[in-house]
Design a protein around this ligand. Sequence first.
Ligand code: 13P
Length: 250
Amino acid sequence: MRSKVIAGNWKMHHGPAATRKFFNEFAPRFPGVEPTILIFPPTISLLAAAESRGGRPEISLGIQNIHWETGGAFTGEHSAGMALSAGACFALVGHSERRHVFGETDEEVGRKVGAAVVEGLSPVVCVGETLDERRAGRVEEIIVRQLDAALLGVPEDAVKSILVAYEPVWAIGTGETATVQDVEGAHGILRRRLAGVRGEGFASEVAILYGGSVKPENAAELLKVTDVDGVLVGGASLDPESFARIAEAA
Ligand code: 13P
């Protein structure tokens, strides 16, 4: 039985001061060790998050993006090793905003996943179709292609497990949530593909999260869906009260 994962992706919100304020309010509101809580602050706020979660290492941290190289002349980028030393244990890879706003390719996603697992970060691989792709009946083709490219980066003997987040692009920040049937269908496709490519044992270890307009009001229903092991929350993770309410729904 995988324990539920409640993850918050803050995107480009909450600098160091706002991060400290969030943790000072969130940590006492959520004293439990389950579900797994995972927060992705902006990179510049990682150290503030690590310090202000004070005495609560079970609140895990992640970085929103990494470069695949370990270091070098890559202005503005961060390596997996740097993220680890700033307190992160996870890395989002291939978020739809990275793919669609910054033009990240499947091949780059695979390289980043590889760098994360080799350096000891658990990658959270994001996949999801656009509205046009959904309308064209291409959901399975798109998410399987994105998953396969990410898995190419995972060595057979990887010690760190990966997580997958299904985030339909049309449901992100729009207030429109995928139906329970949509989510169950997509998560089933991903679980079967993981098993087909890497075997049942590997597939059963991978937590598959749903993301896209998750709120306190719909979290409990989504978390009950077969093969949904957690949620990846954007807007509603910025407020300590609403994020705590989502965590309580697990
Ligand atoms: P929203 O919850 O704001 O729709 O964002 C989802 C998301 O992109 C999480 O990574």
